[in-house]
Design a binder for this molecule. Structure first.
Ligand SMILES: [Zn+2]
Length: 336
């Protein structure tokens, strides 16, 4: 657990990758462009000392992953979110099987999530069943802007999506992570629009919808949807790095999220290897909203940070939390 000023934080990184974006795996110019766009996000929003050379960013070693997350990075448990992109990459960008192989070599460190695509129809439903059984899935990552042949995306509210969400419910895949956020070349921003989460969340109240990247740049849409849907959560990947480059913007986004969703529905995430969890966690634990903003939004307490950094994700995934975290202490001290 990460410790600072006498507070202890159990850290769950809610969104990590082990990808292969190297030229050998690129199928076409889109594969080359996609990882190039990722690299620009990495380069522009990381502190200088954390910027990797492009070759390393395209394909990093398992040793880097393990030491960056767990040795240097303060992470206790990390959640793999696969991104297939098989139209762009020969073996996929990072599949469930590739993630699962790493997870099996390091027991207790990772949660392996699956994925599905409603355009795969009946065959895909059967494949999802097999995947769920093989990896004991509790969650899935969805990528609504993914290209498939002539199609440039799909919606959560499509009839076939509902067949898949019903299947998730049946299989106990209760955590639906859906990328609703920044576009990445050559994908379309509008295919990542957050609006379709609204109906899906209403129709499937037993599923948790973790909206990765909080709908950015449509933060307001996301907040107004989440305020109405108690099973909608905000995944903080891509929000977090602004703590370095745009601290006031970060404070404003966090203030809005805390106002509309509250401290129990936000999940820390690095999106490794886009950003390194070490500096994100250290900066976040030290972070406070500027004084003038606190008057409107209130302050960030160690208790809130503790929930956001790990306790909320632990609750969704049924992880055991060691004793003595900041929020657990606070609860212990409060008379019941
Ligand atoms: Zn990601």
């Amino acid at each position: 657990m990460y410790q600072k000023n006498g507070d202890r934080y159990f850290v769950v990184d809610g969104h990590v990758h082990f990808w292969d974006g190297s030229p050998a795996n690129q199928r076409n110019k889109y594969g080359e462009g996609f990882i190039g766009c990722f690299y620009d996000y990495h380069r522009n929003l990381s502190p200088e000392e954390y910027v990797w050379p492009r070759e390393k960013f395209e394909r990093y070693a398992e040793d880097d992953l393990m030491s960056d997350l767990f040795d240097r990075g303060h992470v206790d448990v990390a959640i793999f979110l696969p991104t297939y992109l098989t139209d762009f990459y020969v073996n996929g960008f990072n599949t469930t099987e590739q993630d699962g192989a790493v997870a099996e070599r390091h027991p207790g460190k990772f949660i392996v999530n699956g994925s599905w695509d409603p355009r795969d129809g009946e065959d895909g439903l059967r494949a999802l069943e097999a995947l769920a059984k093989r990896w004991n899935l509790k969650g899935a990552k969805l990528y609504t802007a993914e290209w498939k042949g002539n199609s440039k995306g799909w919606k959560l509210s499509d009839p076939w999506s509902y067949r898949y969400l019903e299947k998730c419910q049946e299989l106990g895949i209760t955590n639906i992570h859906v990328h609703k956020g920044p576009t990445i070349w050559p994908l379309n921003r509008d295919a990542f629009d957050v609006a379709d989460v609204d109906d899906a969340a209403t129709m499937f109240p037993d599923l948790n919808f973790i909206v990765e990247h909080c709908g950015l740049p449509r933060l307001e849409d996301f907040c107004w949807i989440a305020a109405q849907e108690p099973n909608v959560y905000g995944g903080l990947a891509v929000v977090m790095p602004f703590i370095h480059s745009r601290p006031r913007y970060f404070a404003q986004v966090m203030g809005e999220l805390l106002y509309w969703l509250g401290e129990d529905r936000l999940l820390f995430a690095s999106d490794y290897a886009l950003w390194h969890p070490k500096w994100l966690i250290e900066r976040f634990v030290d972070f406070q909203l500027p004084q003038d903003m606190q008057e409107e939004y209130g302050a960030l307490t160690p208790d809130m940070k503790s929930k956001i950094l790990g306790l909320n994700a632990a609750r969704l995934y049924g992880l055991e939390v060691p004793e003595g975290t900041a929020a657990a202490e606070e609860e212990r001290l409060q008379p019941t």
